[in-house]
Design a protein around this ligand. Sequence first.
Ligand code: FAD
Length: 395
Amino acid sequence: KIYRCDVVVVGGGPGGSMAAKFCAQGGLDTIMIEKKAEIGAPLRCAEGVSKKWLEEVGIEPDPTWICADMVGAVIRSPSGYEFKLDESQAGSEVGYVLERHLFDKALARDAVAAGARIMMRTSCTDVIKENGKLIGIKCKSMGEKIEIHAKAIVAADGFESQVGRWAGIETKLDLNDICSCLQYRMVNADIDPEYCEFDIGMKIAPGGYLWIFPKGNGVANVGIGVMGKLCKNADAKKYLDKFIAEDPRFKNSQAVEVVAGMVSTCPGLDCAVADNIILVGDAARIIDPITGGGICHACRTGMYAGQVLTECAKTGDFSKKALMPYEKMWRDRMEDKLYRNWMAKERLAELDDDTIDELVKLISGSDIKEVNVYNLLKVIKERFPKVVEGFEDLI
Ligand code: FAD
């Protein structure tokens, strides 16, 4: 069976739903496919987002998907030095802990309200080319082989992204740019319900960090991300289990959910478009290399993709050249920050625990008005210029 549309979006995560919504709003006949049986589940996220970007992409905060509203955040060094920041300083780095499965479904609902069609349990298995030109995708839909022919494809298929590669876009990652993550949903934990916590240091989480994101009622997402280059396969579990076993706040706590997943920590693909295809969100490796936060990036890039495809539809030209405004939009908005945070991540991964203790002591004693990665790096630049060598002009 062959379905036909203007744009087919592969993947029903935040990037896919936003792209589908903006394509449909622009009058394009849009189909979004999702291989899983439920949008937003199973969970593969710590569910932390800042608040500022929501307005930028036209998402109204909604209590149905906000699980907890944070007052601040705590950064803890290996020896237990703490840097605590509250909402007045935390700026763009603090925000909500989501019910991610409800958030993703809300975005899918918005796409449908704008006119997009959704095909669940539909997995893209290949792209279709005719005389070298992309004309659609092959899928398995509820067990049936189908084709969807479209003028353009949005690859929103997340970290494991294959669609871009099938279309000829290089999406390979270096081992240092892969962070493996493991998270437990802990219950009955004795944690501060209003602060997100980030624990850093070689002995805690080599090349990454450990997080505690409270969800209310003694429930928290407690997880870890470790750098691929510095760790073996099972190391994430080893470090996470050790932390939980040694922290008295989890003495009477147990895990009721386990989440494993990967995050890319590079500054984005060299080029996220080709003839008749755009890559968004994790598929385009557009994710903050230092925090691993990718929901806002997926939403932004999904929106840009929808806007650019709407423009292209006016002339019927979906060539790489016509899609290049998408490259410009995401680079103008995010490239410098992604590159700077990628460099910072590389450097921080080289620091020993004593230096990290010193850094945390330094920033807790400094007078930072608004705390974000940029301002933290500015303070570090003054005292430890070596840490920011090579990208100091971005700070
Ligand atoms: P995804 O949300 O991954 O969506 C891709 C979708 O495509 C999936 O639903 C998938 O099933 C579908 N799909 C894949 N292949 C196919 C196919 N062939 N056919 C059809 N459908 C397909 N970010 C934050 O901002 N805050 C956090 O706290 C946070 N914590 C994280 C914790 C962990 C453990 C991990 C792994 C990631 C975390 N992230 C976090 C990153 C965040 O989850 C991603 O950046 C975000 O989900 C990217 O959205 P996306 O739409 O690009 O991809």
